[in-house]
Ligand binder design. Structure first.
Ligand code: Z5A
Length: 211
């Protein structure tokens, strides 16, 4: 059974919150070896890259191509130095974002960049399969409200409602008719999100004959 669980969704969808819920649920299911990561990040180098990706530099704009390269560099560090090693020794990995984020955020803006993404994916993601993707579907206006309430916004979060809407639509088309995807209505309150998630996650584990 493929033990890599990925949580996806636009900013403010509740991914970090849900990561904790999944971890606790897996524990209650008798699973002891669980490791949580986030993307970009999860290793010392990848965390340094995360800072640049999220906040850039005061007087220098990160180019699109640099953004792509840094995201995949961080992913490469995390996969090789953490995820693959942990999976090998029987861990479940819960990842706050993964490659599908790049397809939603970075793909579709230029043919050349898309080709580069295809190449990087092929090289960096070989031999790795996501077991389950949990997509938290939230309306941009709800997500923006949550982000604003949280306080200081980073570069990507400062982008407009239109941007959030576009990314949400890309996510929905990426997951449409895909196997091993759970879609959660993340507009609901945390308790309802939790109940819906646990119900579907339990069914997925049973269906995949987890013992
Ligand atoms: N990025 C990219 O462009 N390409 C890539 O390939 C990858 C990433 C991997 C990562 O930043 C950024 O990198 C991201 C895309 C880009 N864009 N940005 N910005 P991040 O990790 O800081 O941001 P994020 O991944 O979008 O997470 P987030 O903004 O922290 O949101 P979240 O984790 O989905 O939500 P949360 O922290 O769990 O919840 C947000 C708030 O809402 C919080 O106060 C909660 O208590 C509250 N909340 C959560 N759920 C609920 C419900 N159901 N009801 C009410 N309130 C709720």
């Amino acid at each position: 059974m493929n033990k890599l669980i990925v949580i996806e969704g636009i900013e403010g969808a509740g991914k970090s919150t849900v990561k904790r819920i999944i971890k606790n649920f897996l524990k209650s299911f008798g699973i002891k070896k669980i490791f949580c990561v986030r993307e970009p990040g999860g290793t010392p180098i990848a965390e340094k890259l995360r800072k640049i990706i999220k906040n850039g530099e005061k007087d220098e704009k990160l180019t699109y191509i640099s953004e792509i390269l840094l995201i995949y560099a961080a992913r490469s560090q995390l996969l090789k130095n953490v995820i693959k090693k942990k999976l090998k020794i029987g861990y479940w990995i819960i990842s706050d974002r993964f490659n599908i984020s790049s397809l939603a955020y970075q793909k579709g803006y230029s043919k050349t960049n898309d080709r580069i993404i295809d190449l990087l994916q092929k090289k960096i993601l070989s031999n790795i399969k996501v077991g389950l993707t949990i997509y938290l579907d939230v309306l941009p206006k709800t997500a923006l409200k949550r982000i604003k309430m949280r306080g200081k916004m980073d570069l990507i979060e400062k982008k407009s409602f239109v941007f959030f809407n576009k990314i949400r639509k890309k996510y929905l088309s990426l997951i449409k008719n895909k196997k091993n995807v759970i879609i959660i209505n993340a507009n609901l309150n945390i308790k309802k999100v939790m109940l819906s998630l646990i119900y579907q996650l339990k069914n997925w584990l049973i269906k995949n004959e987890y013992k």
